[in-house]
Design a binder for this molecule. Sequence first.
Ligand code: XMP
Length: 317
Amino acid sequence: DFTPNAFVEETIADLKQKIGNDRVILGLSGGVDSTVAAVLLNKAIGENLYCIFVNNGLLRKDEFQSVLDQYKGMGLNVKGVDAADRFLGELAGIEEPEAKRKVIGKVFVDVFDDESKLVKDAKWLGQGTIYPDVIESVSVKGPSATIKSHHNVGGLPDYMKLQVVEPLRMLFKDEVRRVGASLGIDPELLGRHPFPGPGLSIRILGDITPEKVAILQEVDAIFINGLKEHGLYNDVWQAGAILLPVNSVGVMGDERTYEKVVALRAVQSTDGMTADWVHLPYEFLMEISNKIINRVKGVNRVVYDISSKPPATIEWE
Ligand code: XMP
């Protein structure tokens, strides 16, 4: 049986022993895993942990600033790096899902590498890898094809010459949350839905532009805030919105419109390997759909994704 307190104690002792007085660099994503990994490392080695939080321009609405503030409030030694223009610039015109992931992985490594050079004599790279990441990235790499390359596993190049330290490598998500709770991390942060490293880029089907990102951020914020307001957020494992690369005809007043379609997705899961779509109340879906269409310019139709995994995946790309 898993006991978070014992895990915390043992892990901190191990990390102290393993790392000693070395410096560690860790990329924070705003998610549960990297945050819990950072707090564990911070307890073990204090100011020798250098955290970097990169804005890739594909985060949720206002998330870069709010998450950065939250990290600082937790006493983490964290630097926010706003690289949104660099990411969006390199992504321009790219439509293919795996190509998007590759570009994002590459730019992330470049940005991260630049930043890590500023930390003199760093020896270690801390990562929030958890057990399902390890399994899925192994199991999807058949000889024929990679289903989806999760860029946060093994994606960093050798030239960084850092040893990897992954304190959560043997844990499942629920165990990570329990460890986080025993470390005193804000329950709201621990309860956050998983969010993919490539962010909104894989929820914008087709090419990515800053305008599309802004539209999707608005739609996503209405949906997620709605789930919170209605007390549904914690009943859902992951939720988000997808911007489809099609226009459909609508009518607004006496005007014909020809605008974008968004899909809403909410799933129940334990580890992301399988998932069922959530039976959100019709009244709730009606309210959210109306809000989105009335408030978000450029969107005139909302659909709800009723596909489970397998055979569909959680993300659309
Ligand atoms: P799929 O779409 O494969 O997603 O059913 C399973 C879980 O993984 C997340 N996901 C990713 N996370 N980099 C990530 O860090 C990725 O490239 C990536 N692709 C999917 C997805 O959000 C879900 O939680």
